[in-house]
Design a protein around this ligand. Structure first.
Ligand SMILES: Nc1ncnc2c1ncn2[C@@H]1O[C@H](COP(=O)(O)OP(=O)(O)OP(=O)(O)O)[C@@H](O)[C@H]1O
Ligand SMILES: [Mg+2]
Length: 247
């Protein structure tokens, strides 16, 4: 059965593309028949009359994935705004049934499917207000939550996990990105894992020279080689016998 995973962020710019690229690289290196799917991207640039998405190009460059851009990134917008607004401004509707259909086809074709979302859970994907969490539910897919290590991450991570839980969306674990090793970050990672009761799947360091926008990967591939994403680390259940969480 295909393992499909939705790369969800607590926000935009948290590193979903970087993590997707690293995961894709790992899976393809290990010989899996893996594919990346980014249904909607905004902030694309125009080159020779074609819209070019940084996310897709970066993932392809790092991992070596060979698939048609229009198939794995069907809705591409120039304006770097929420999809519902980009669709209105650029007069190109997001077609959710088409996304669901492509997802099903990719899932049937590949062994591993990495789906990158747009920003966080509560992002409107269409002008009619169809939300990203509705798409996750419709795809019936579980998520890895990519989050920051810095100040604010406790609140953003907790709220995302609580909302997911209430919606019946499964978050398999946390990926902390852009880690620089400070005392605050160490405590944030520990605290988020405890209060969300989710395992930490990986802590990805800040990588020098990495820039998605310039298709510069730095030593991203080496960093990901050190992590075994196929083996999800279990952490101890942080609740005590009374059900409380001790921080
Ligand atoms: N571990 C890292 N080390 C250094 N730079 C990073 C790291 N992770 C992400 N970045 C940088 O942060 C920016 C945002 O990363 P990325 O594009 O992966 O975020 P995103 O969550 O996919 O954003 P979007 O919501 O636009 O899709 C990029 O400029 C990227 O180069
Ligand atoms: Mg991205």
């Amino acid at each position: 059965m295909t393992k499909a995973i939705f790369i969800l962020g607590t926000d935009t710019d948290v590193g979903k593309t970087v993590i997707s690229a690293g995961l894709m690289y790992q899976f393809l290196q290990k010989g899996h028949n893996a594919c990346y799917f980014k249904p909607i991207s905004s902030g694309a640039i125009e080159k020779e009359g074609e819209l070019f998405s940084y996310d897709l190009s970066f993932v392809k460059k790092v991992s070596g994935l060979d698939e048609e851009d229009d198939r794995i990134n069907p809705f591409r917008y120039k304006t770097a705004v929420s999809p519902h607004l980009a669709a209105r401004m650029e007069k190109k509707k997001v077609d959710i049934p088409a996304i669901v259909e492509t997802y099903k086809q990719l899932k049937a074709q590949y062994d591993v499917l990495i789906v990158e979302g747009c920003g966080g859970l509560a992002v409107p994907l269409t002008e009619e207000g169809y939300m990203q969490y509705e798409l996750i539910k419709e795809l019936d897919i579980s998520c890895f939550l990519v989050t920051k290590t810095t100040l604010g991450t406790i609140n953003h991570s907790y709220l995302t996990c609580k909302m997911a839980e209430q919606l019946g969306i499964k978050i398999e674990g946390l990926i902390f990105n852009n880690y620089r090793g400070s005392f605050l970050e160490n405590d944030n990672i520990k605290t988020v894992s405890k209060i969300t009761q989710l395992p930490v799947l990986a802590v990805i360091p800040a990588i020098e020279a990495l820039q998605v926008e310039n298709l510069e990967a730095g030593n991203l591939k080496e960093v990901f080689t050190q992590f075994n994403f196929m083996k999800i680390q279990e952490i101890e259940d942080p609740r005590d016998s009374t059900g409380r969480i001790e921080i």
